[in-house]
Ligand binder design. Structure first.
Ligand SMILES: C[S@@+](CC[C@H](N)C(=O)[O-])C[C@H]1O[C@@H](n2cnc3c(N)ncnc32)[C@H](O)[C@@H]1O
Length: 301
């Protein structure tokens, strides 16, 4: 909230409404004259969050959609010069903890993983359709699984015997192929593979790239963009995006100065990624891999 610089009467976009925790705090700080646009691709989350936020001050607009379409959604709802955009990427605790949504290797459920259960291919469809090379590519790219090829071959071998339709089945196959739970220090051996499939099913990197571009378009001068990521691949994307737009002014020999870098311009608010404190991790262990980066759109264009 501090780095997003939430101010009374401001105009904000929460591009990942989720449980509405961040939005609740934005509304409390920005007060009765503020406007907030909350977006989520998960209709159940949207419904729950809008109920939770009902009694808080401010004008709220909730939209079911993908934040990749941020520019269009904001435009259609009259949010064209906003003071702040927050993108808290990935899966929510609600989604992770609901076995039927199929995100978790700890609770058995259908192998689904779609954040919007109304559209697209499920993780089970993906696991059934791709060949070993295709699966390995996803496990490597989005999960940074060091033994991606080996795990992918184990998955293909197992699905030839019986279709893989549940999270428990997949967790077992991956875990056995990696030598069982004892082999991965600190986390479940299927963590990387589950993360990779979830990111592919929901095109998380594609959506994020489009959301960053859209956010920059709708920010007013001095508006701030705050992004929280949980994986190294998405953190790298944010870092690169900010670096691309936070060029520098170079002095010209003939006098004056010239901007080096892409337009529009941003200046960094956080020099390095901000991570959770030990106290926060103690009460909210899922914050341990969170990285926050914030940049401000510059006034001069
Ligand atoms: C980490 S949670 C956000 C939690 C939220 N900040 C809070 O305070 O409760 C991420 C949310 O973003 C949503 N989401 C992920 N990708 C999305 C996308 N491309 N478009 C819209 N919503 C998305 C998920 O459905 C999930 O509800």
């Amino acid at each position: 909230m501090e780095r997003l610089d939430v101010r009374p009467g401001g105009v904000y976009v929460d591009a990942t409404l989720g449980g509405g925790g961040h939005s609740a705090e934005i509304l409390r700080r920005a007060g009765p004259d503020c406007r907030l646009l909350g977006i989520d691709r998960d209709e159940a989350a949207l419904e729950r969050a809008s109920r939770r936020l009902e009694s808080l001050p401010g004008t709220k607009v909730f939209v079911h959609g993908n934040h990749g379409d941020l520019g269009r959604i904001a435009d259609e709802n009259g949010f064209d010069a906003v003071d702040g955009v927050l993108i808290d990427t990935g899966v929510s605790s609600d989604q992770l903890d609901t076995a039927e949504r199929g995100f978790s290797f700890r609770n058995d459920g259908p192998l689904d993983m779609r954040m919007d259960p109304g559209c697209g291919e499920t993780a089970a469809d993906l696991v059934a359709r791709l060949d070993a090379a295709g699966l390995a590519d996803i496990f490597r790219r989005y999960g940074e699984e060091p033994r991606a090829g080996h795990v992918a071959r184990a998955v293909v071998k197992a699905r030839d015997l019986a279709p893989i339709t549940t999270t428990g089945q997949l967790a077992d196959i991956v875990s056995r192929s990696l030598g069982g739970p004892g082999r991965s220090r600190g986390h479940h051996p299927a963590t990387r593979v589950f993360q990779a499939l979830r990111m592919e099913v929901n095109d998380e990197t594609g959506e994020l790239e489009r959301a960053l571009t859209g956010a920059l378009e709708i920010l007013a001068p001095a508006g701030r963009l705050a992004v929280i990521t949980f994986e190294s691949i998405t953190d790298r994307m944010v870092k690169t995006f900010f670096a691309r737009h936070t060029g520098r002014l170079v002095s010209l020999q003939q006098g004056g100065e010239r901007w080096e870098g892409e337009l529009p311009r941003m200046s960094p608010v956080t020099r390095r990624a901000v991570t959770a404190s030990d106290e926060e991790i103690a009460v909210n262990p899922r914050s341990r891999s969170a990285k926050l980066r914030v940049a401000e759109k510059t006034g001069r264009m």
